[in-house]
Ligand binder design. Structure first.
Ligand code: NAD
Length: 508
């Protein structure tokens, strides 16, 4: 029996009523935000924004193209050049951004509901993870920016050499749909704090919260034109932004396929700086000397099925020592009933809907490929809740996977775990590193030398030891190899949105 046949709980009814009212009263505004105004697309075209929860039309959204990007970049350029934001003291920018963060928290119910309706994640996560993380990110950069000092070089007595950070100018931020608010905040926080103007292009699959964030930033006192939000498709608005000659840097988060294009666009246009945060196929390595196997099993299940598996850092390859593999897989399988997809508007739901039908087809296609290549599907592997009109997949585990199978090599971006067995430490490290990606990894061992040794040997931007989900705005996030360059979060993110300028002064 799926939960669709159960009566909704009281809380779920409240969220559904709110959602119905929002949609029925036409309160969701899909227009872009340019020069401080909500605007239709220049060509007055729109595209349909549908909810993956049940296929319902949420609102038409402005379909931005070259002309819209030209207006938005022009607005951002003017705002940057006249210093209405870049020229303010860091402490003044800090106050505006703090207000922005406070407004995000004040609008938490509305933002969380929009996020859940737009991309299908459970309301409890939109409320408990996405909204607070976005607000904390903006607040953190606000608080940091008047504590960042420049440098003076160690010159001789007859010179003074200043090394200063300056904002790069106009930043193009192109973000994905899996954490729409958080991904936008990871770009906006450091870019705006550093004094840049930004043109934000949210994913066509989840544009709604980015537009609302733009409005809240204005309300907080961000001057007009400093943040423009242009919704639209990748090949239209995205490409126009990435190729624009007046954009100085691109903060991109998305697939490795499109990240490659970002580098081409920069090469074909003005060599703008490109910072790519891309895909992953993270390895979760469990040794037979771990005395935390139950916690490891709970952790890997919790992480791969979180956000319906639509996380760049999802630990989608479980590497487990052959001696404990059967026992460990059994423990993971015991977790899967906790992650059955259910109504995202019910606050007790932990796994919601995939973002759209295309993503559903992609995930089911990989599941089929797993079967064809001879992996054993030991849990899930099916579509669920089709009667709702939404796009749901059951938590899926494949055992007997080889590292060269498609489901071990490619990012699935769905709730699918591949189990690969290894004989010894050397093989574990080799398998973990045999990937074109290098975003994150995890090692589970109660042997301190092994934990350190393997953590050093793993090629990933972040390695977790005996845990997976510790995370904070204070630490950098990003990958090596084809998982990208550059780092979001922490003070290191400021490197992306500032240029170093040297000023030599002669002293007679
Ligand atoms: P995507 O690459 O398809 O799209 C990302 C953004 O790029 C969207 O706004 C899209 O409209 C735009 N875009 C697409 N084609 C474009 C083009 N030709 N020119 C310009 N813009 C274009 O990715 P997605 O499906 O939205 O997101 C999922 C991907 O994001 C996964 O690969 C995931 O791993 C990655 N991701 C990475 C991180 C990280 O920090 N490393 C975080 C979240 C998601």
């Amino acid at each position: 029996m799926t939960d669709a046949s159960l009566p909704p709980t009281g809380q779920a009814l409240i969220w559904r009523d709110r959602a119905n009212a929002l949609i029925a009263e036409g309160l969701i505004d899909g227009r872009g935000l340019v020069e401080g105004q909500r605007v239709k697309a220049v060509a007055e075209e729109t595209f349909e924004c549908r909810s993956p929860i049940d296929g319902r039309l949420l609102t038409p959204v402005a379909r931005g193209r070259q002309a819209d990007i030209d207006l938005a970049v022009g607005s951002a350029r003017r705002a940057f050049d006249d210093g209405r934001w870049a020229g303010q003291a860091p402490a003044a920018r800090k106050r505006v951004l703090q207000r922005f963060a406070e407004l995000i928290v004040q609008h938490k119910d509305e933002l969380a509901l929009l996020e859940t309706l737009d991309m299908g994640k459970p309301i409890q996560h939109s409320l408990g993870v996405d909204v607070p993380a976005a607000a904390r990110c903006i607040a953190w950069y606000a608080e940091a920016i008047d504590k960042v000092y420049d440098e003076i070089a160690p010159t001789g007595r007859n010179a003074l050499a200043l090394i200063q950070r300056e904002p790069v100018g106009v930043v193009g931020a192109i973000v994905p749909w899996n954490y729409p608010m958080i991904m936008a905040a990871w770009k906006l926080g450091p870019a705006l704090a550093a004094g840049n103007s930004v043109v934000l292009k949210p994913s066509e699959k989840s544009p709604l919260t980015a537009l609302r964030l733009g409005e809240l930033a204005l309300k907080a006192g961000l001057p007009e034109g400093v943040l423009n939000v242009v919704p639209g498709f990748g090949m239209e608005a995205g490409e126009a932004l990435a190729l624009h000659l007046d954009v100085d840097a691109l903060g991109f988060t998305g697939s490795t396929r499109v990240g490659r294009k970002m580098l081409e666009y920069a090469g074909r246009s003005n060599l703008k700086r490109v910072f790519n945060e891309l895909g992953g196929k993270s390895a979760f390595v469990v040794f037979d000397d771990s005395d935390a196997l139950e916690r490891a099993a709970q952790t890997v299940a919790g992480s791969i099925f979180f956000n319906q598996g639509e996380s760049c850092n999802a630990p989608s390859r479980l590497l487990v020592h052959e001696r404990i593999a059967d026992d460990f897989v059994g423990r993971v399988l015991a977790q899967t009933p906790n992650y059955q997809p259910a109504d995202p508007l019910d606050p007790s739901t932990v796994m919601g809907a995939l973002v759209d039908e295309a993503q559903l087809r992609t995930v089911l296609g990989y599941i089929e490929a797993g079967h064809k290549e001879g992996a054993r599907c030991v849990a899930g592997g099916t579509q669920a809740r089709a009667e709702t009109g939404g796009f749901y997949v059951t938590p899926t585990v494949f055992d007997g996977v080889r590292n060269d199978m498609l489901i071990a090599k490619e990012e699935i971006f769905g709730p699918v775990l591949s189990v690969i067995r290894f004989k010894d430490e050397a093989e574990a490290v080799a398998l973990a590193n045999q990937s074109s990606y290098g975003l994150q990894a995890s090692v589970w061992s109660s042997h301190i030398d092994r934990a350190h040794r393997v953590a050093r040997a793993l090629r990933a931007g972040t390695v977790h030891v005996n845990q997976y989900d510790e995370d904070d705005i204070t630490v950098p996030f990003g990958g090596v190899k084809q998982s990208g360059n550059g780092r979001d979060k922490s003070l290191h993110a400021l490197d992306k949105y500032t240029e170093l300028k040297t000023t030599w002064i002669r002293i007679d």
